[in-house]
Design a binder for this molecule. Structure first.
Ligand code: G6P
Length: 613
């Protein structure tokens, strides 16, 4: 995974690199490093910790070549090798002539490492990435140029590679290589920035070349030469990026997570804005060919993490309203299970970032089987937005907190709109019914807004009473099930406590064996056609000594009185209830994490965007 950046130009490279790494930290933050080409030598500074730790070291120390104008940087999310200083990138070859940064996974690293050791190379780290430096070293020693050597290395390694490399003996350029992990090159008038993502480039230039798989680029100040995998030169035309970076601020909140939880009303509002007008849903981005939408034989939703839970809600909504069979699959499973798809299938790929490697790969695979792909994502121009046949953007604004909150509610709102749109096209609901649901959806932001403060108070009290427990179950049925899954995920992501989301009816088939005094069970029991059954499941937990927290509708005394603690939420129609019910779960996780003194914005071991399989 990881974020990589490279600079060549007339400015001091160090500042550009550290600034770029700060902007890419969402891709990983367990260790970081930079390398610059100084006076006839490569200088490397790297350490375990976040980019801020690296920045202090760079300021205090270390690197003598402060005016160097060529360099590379990396912020890491460990795959092979612990997050230590030695394993941090950049990595160098045996001679110290070159340094590389890498984003991806080298699948045949064992055999390559063994062969390199046999040929006398001294591998210092436990990473797969370091091999690249040694393989390049061999190519150079045989008289190839750095880009020729890079092309050859790409043929030797299996797996995903985005790599930028510098050569002590050629301080005027970088070489960049891309396969399966993203890499972009910003071309300024007398500089160039290579990076995993646009935010690290935009400050320097808006002209960007998106490298394609299998390509190698020689990048100099203001210039780029691209080679295809057969070594032939490829003409490339930079594209103009016409959007601006919004620099997210905490706006008075103690952290981004709380701010983003509070931004959910506007995230939902902005996502639905303009998409239901004059009694009709208008999803201009998706409509394409209504004939196709009328004849879809099935929909497959693919996603990872929190986005998968939004996809689960979509399954309930699409099947209920549009009467189209929906499968949902984890993107990491989808393409390896031999799915049955044809040109009548619609694949909906849900992803906040639009860069998750598994979901991007799932899109490509679905297209190769002839299916149409709609991406639901939050980042304009992301890889998935480019791959898909159509994009339904969530408009949640940039999300900084690693544990997704506002993008989740925005995704659910977008998917509910998609479900209603399909119902409109296929006439499975009357326009009156669609109008009523869409109008109610429009009221949800106001309801969330009106309740945020009281849920915060309830979450503080609940965390004081159960925050020391070690085991949590979140239970729900119907659309309460994805809410339970997401509630459990939030808690484990930011509080590092064991939490499981379960379909409430499934507890009796095994997990109930774990329930005893001290276990906390959070039950999603808002109104819906399965509420009575959820309440029976809640009794089963109580009977076995669990402490029960319920999420129930205001005034639902039967549910509230049976529980040890209640979060009360306004009643809305069943299909829309996840948009409300998940918010107290987010606040509950937040308060518990805070009470444990944890960094809610950057939880350990996680990354905002996961660009490895
Ligand atoms: C990472 C993040 C999760 C996110 C998942 C999917 O694991 O930490 O918060 O849900 O990736 O990301 P996506 O960008 O595809 O929604």
């Amino acid at each position: 995974m990881c974020g990589i950046v490279g600079y060549v130009g007339s400015e001091a490279a160090l500042g550009v690199l550290v600034d770029g790494l700060h902007r890419l930290e969402y891709r990983g933050y367990d260790s970081a490093g930079v390398a610059v080409v100084g006076d006839g030598a490569i200088e490397i500074e790297k350490c375990a910790g976040k980019v801020g730790d690296l920045a202090s070291r760079v300021d205090d120390s270390g690197i003598a070549a402060r005016a160097a104008t060529l360099g590379i940087g990396h912020t890491r999310w460990a795959t092979h090798g612990a997050p230590t200083g030695i394993n941090a990138h950049p990595h160098s070859d045996c001679t110290g002539r070159i340094a590389i940064v890498h984003n991806g996974i080298i699948e045949n690293h064992r055999s390559l490492a063994a062969a390199l050791r046999e040929r006398g190379h001294d591998l210092k780290s436990a990473t797969d990435s370091e091999l690249l430096a040694h393989l390049l070293e061999e190519g150079l020693s045989e008289g190839r140029s750095l880009s020729e050597a890079a092309l050859e290395v790409l043929g030797e390694v299996e797996g995903s590679v985005a790599m930028v490399t510098i050569d002590r003996d050629d301080p005027g350029r970088l070489v960049a290589v891309r396969r399966d992990s993203p890499l972009l090159v910003g071309i300024g008038s007398d500089s160039a920035v290579v990076a995993s993502d646009i935010p690290a480039i935009l400050e320097h230039t808006r002209r960007v070349v998106v490298m394609s798989d299998g390509q190698v680029a020689e990048v100099g100040p203001g210039e780029i030469t691209v080679f295809a995998s057969d070594g032939a030169k490829v003409a490339v035309e930079p594209k103009e990026i016409n959007w601006d970076l919004q620099s997210p601020e905490k706006a008075g909140y103690p952290d981004f997570m709380l701010k983003e939880i509070h931004e959910q009303p506007s995230a939902i509002r902005d996502t639905i804005r303009g998409r239901f007008e004059d009694g009709k849903l208008r999803l201009d981005e998706v409509h394409g060919d209504e004939g196709f939408l009328r004849n879809i034989n099935k929909i497959v939703v693919v996603a990872c993490g929190t986005s998968f839970h939004a996809g689960m809600v979509a399954k309930y909504a699409i099947e209920h309203w549009a009467r189209i069979p929906v499968e949902i699959d984890l993107a990491s499973e989808f393409r390896y299970r031999d799915p049955v798809l044809d040109d009548k299938a619609l694949v909906v790929a849900v992803s906040q970032s639009g860069e998750t490697a598994d979901t991007v790969a799932a899109c490509r695979y679905a297209k190769s089987l002839g299916a149409r792909v709609v991406a639901v994502c939050n980042v304009v121009d992301s890889s998935m937005a480019r791959e898909a046949d159509a994009v339904l953007y969530t408009r949640a604004g940039p999300e900084v907190g690693v544990a997704a909150t506002k993008t989740f509610t925005a995704q659910m709102a977008a998917m509910e709109l998609l479900a209603l749109y399909l119902a409109q096209v296929r006439e499975s609901l009357s326009s009156h019914e669609i109008g009523e649901i869409a109008t109610e959806l429009g009221r949800i932001p106001g309801l969330v807004d009106a309740n945020l403060e009281s849920w915060s108070e309830q979450a503080k009290r609940a965390s004081q009473s159960v925050g020391r427990s070690k085991d949590f179950f979140f239970l729900g049925r119907g659309v309460g099930y994805p809410v339970a899954m997401e509630g459990a995920l939030k808690l484990k992501e930011i509080s590092y406590l064991h939490a499981e989301g379960y379909a409430a009816g499934e507890m009796k088939h095994g997990p109930i064996a774990l329930v005893e005094p001290g276990v906390v069970v959070v039950v999603i029991a808002t109104s819906g056609h399965v509420k009575a059954k959820v309440l029976s499941n809640m009794q089963e937990m109580k009977a076995r000594g669990a402490t029960v927290l319920v999420i129930a509708n205001d005034g639902d005394d039967a549910a509230i009185e049976e529980a040890d603690f209640a979060f009360t939420v306004p009643e809305v129609s069943e299909m829309l209830s996840p948009l409300i019910d998940v918010v107290p779960c987010q606040l509950f996780a937040y308060e518990i994490a805070l009470s444990r003194g944890l960094d809610v914005d950057k939880p350990r071991n996680l990354a905002k965007t996961v660009t490895v399989e």
